[in-house]
Ligand binder design. Structure first.
Ligand code: 5SP
Ligand code: FE2
Length: 228
C-alpha cells in the first residue's frame, strides 16, 4: 500500500484577482498540493486560464508546491510542453478528450511531468482500466466538469472502490462537491487524493477543513490495512 492521504484545494472558487496569494494561503493552511483547473470553453462550457497564468503562479509561490493540472480541454496534446515549461508537476487529462491516450501518456512523461487520467461521470471505469498501469493517478470526477460548487455524485463511489480493489497502490483522486459531508464516502471507497474547492476556499477556517478531510482519509487507509 504505497499511497498516502493528500488534500489539494481547487482554487477555482477563490478570489481569482488574488490567485498567487490564495495559493499561498492554501499551502499555509496545510494543503499537500494545488489542483489547478484549466477549462477551454469547448471541452467544458467555462473558461479559466492557461499556461501563462501557471508560469506566473510558479514564479509567485516558488518551486515547492505541487501543481496538479486538471486539463478540461479538447486537445490535451497541445498543452503538454507549454505546461511543463510553465512549471506544472502533473498533467491530468480527460480520457474523453483524446483518441490516443497511450501516446499522450508517453509525451507527458517525456516532458518530465507525472500523469493523471480523468474520467467524467458518464465514462466507465473499465474504459480507464487498460491505462491504469501506465499512469500515476486516476481522477474519478464526482460532478460534471465545468464548475465549482456542484453537488457531490455519490453514485461515482463504486468506480473508486473498483479501482482501489484492482490497483491497490494507485493514487486515486476525487473531484467535485467533496467536503466534510461527502469525504467519508470517498475515503471508505478508497480515494486518497482529495480535491476540494468551495468547501475549503470559502470556509472561515480552511485549515480545519483540510485537516478534517485528510484525517478521514488517513483513518480509512489505516482501517483498510488492518482489514487485509
Ligand atoms: O474540476 C472541477 C470542476 O470542473 C473541480 O476541481 C471543482 O472546481 C471543485 O470545486 P468544488 O466542487 O469542490 O467546489
Ligand atoms: Fe478539477
Amino acid at each position: 500500500m504505497a499511497y498516502t492521504a493528500k488534500v489539494g484545494p481547487s482554487i477555482l472558487s477563490s478570489d481569482l484577482s488574488q490567485l498567487g496569494r490564495e495559493c499561498e494561503r492554501m499551502m499555509e493552511c496545510g494543503a499537500d498540493y494545488l489542483h489547478l483547473d484549466v477549462m477551454d470553453g469547448h471541452f467544458v462550457p467555462n473558461i479559466t486560464f492557461g499556461h501563462p497564468m501557471v508560469e506566473c503562479l510558479r514564479r509567485c509561490i516558488g518551486p515547492d508546491p505541487f501543481f496538479d493540472m486538471h486539463m478540461m480541454v479538447s486537445r490535451p496534446e497541445q498543452w503538454v510542453k507549454p505546461m511543463a515549461a510553465a512549471g506544472a508537476n502533473q498533467y491530468t487529462f480527460h480520457l474523453e478528450a483524446t483518441t490516443n491516450p497511450g501516446n499522450l501518456i508517453k509525451e507527458i512523461r517525456e516532458s518530465g511531468m507525472k500523469v493523471g487520467l480523468a474520467i467524467k461521470p458518464g465514462t466507465t471505469v473499465e474504459e480507464l482500466a487498460p491505462w491504469a498501469g501506465q499512469i500515476d493517478m486516476a481522477l474519478v470526477m464526482t460532478v460534471e466538469p465545468g464548475f465549482g460548487g456542484q453537488k457531490f455524485m455519490e453514485d461515482m463511489m463504486p468506480k473508486v472502490s473498483w479501482l482501489r480493489s484492482q490497483f491497490p497502490s494507485l493514487d486515486i483522486e476525487v473531484d467535485g462537491g467533496v467536503g466534510p459531508d461527502s469525504i467519508h464516502r470517498c475515503a471508505e471507497a478508497g480515494a486518497n487524493m482529495i480535491v476540494s474547492g468551495s468547501a475549503v476556499v470559502s470556509s472561515d477556517d480552511p485549515r480545519s477543513v483540510i485537516a478534517l478531510l485528510k484525517n478521514a482519509v488517513i483513518e480509512a487507509i489505516q482501517k483498510r490495512s488492518l482489514d487485509r
